[in-house]
Write a protein that binds this ligand. Structure first.
Ligand code: GTP
Ligand code: MG
Length: 197
């Protein structure tokens, strides 16, 4: 699929104020700084449609982007950022949870994992919650440029094995690098398949 048009629509703290739920929607979630906003920019081939930062905690609202006038990409705040206050962190986590559990046009989510990290409890717990709520998700490993390709493959394999210990079925996995512009097509093809079904 070619992204011909990508535009910012609005930012909200409340899922009920998001655009009317009449187009398919795909959300990107993961720990702060994992590269959610950068990945969205890579997918739509625009440098700064979604705001990025070296500092964790940049994205603080639910951000809607309209793609090809026919579906939404959603950039969410990260979870698990230790440096904001507990009150603030709980507010974000509630915002994300309310959105994920209630957004009726949400087709599936992409959980982003930094390829350099072994499986972290925060991510495993988050995915377990998605599974329990029946919210479909895929995994995207980010920042693949930070490792040699052999290490990328072995880290993905180790992650897969860890998930197989927990679940009968492991979700589809993608590898990406926003820095090197890698991994776009398989992710867009997955979205296209959902859009057509
Ligand atoms: P929050 O909004 O704070 O939750 O962060 P985020 O998950 O949206 O991360 P963001 O896209 O803002 O990226 C965080 C930092 O990681 C920035 O300095 C990016 O340039 C860097 N980054 C993101 N993706 C990649 C990548 O694929 N490779 C490398 N080397 N750096 C990346
Ligand atoms: Mg962000």
């Amino acid at each position: 699929m070619k992204v011909q048009d990508a535009r910012y629509v609005m930012s909200n703290s409340d899922y009920q104020k998001c655009p009317s739920p009449d187009l398919p929607e795909y959300a990107f979630i993961g720990r702060s700084n994992v590269g959610k906003s950068s990945l969205i920019n890579m997918l739509v081939e625009k440098k700064s449609l979604a705001k990025t930062s070296q500092q964790p905690g940049k994205t603080q609202l639910i951000n809607h982007f309209l793609i090809n006038n026919s579906w939404y990409l959603v950039d969410l705040p990260g979870y698990g950022y230790a440096k904001v206050s507990k009150v603030e962190r709980e507010k974000w986590e509630k915002m994300i949870g309310d959105y994920l559990h209630n957004r009726e046009n949400l087709i599936c989510t992409f959980v982003l994992i930094d390829i350099r990290h072994s499986a972290l409890a925060a991510d495993l717990d988050f995915m377990a919650n998605l599974g329990e709520a029946g919210i479909p998700f895929h995994i995207i490993f980010t920042k693949a440029d930070k490792l040699k390709s052999g290490q990328v493959a072995s880290n993905v394999e180790a992650y897969r094995q860890k998930l197989e210990e927990i679940w009968e079925e492991v979700p589809p996995m993608f590898i990406s690098s926003a820095e090197k512009n890698e991994g776009r097509d398989p992710i867009l093809e997955t979205i296209e398949t959902y859009n057509q079904s």
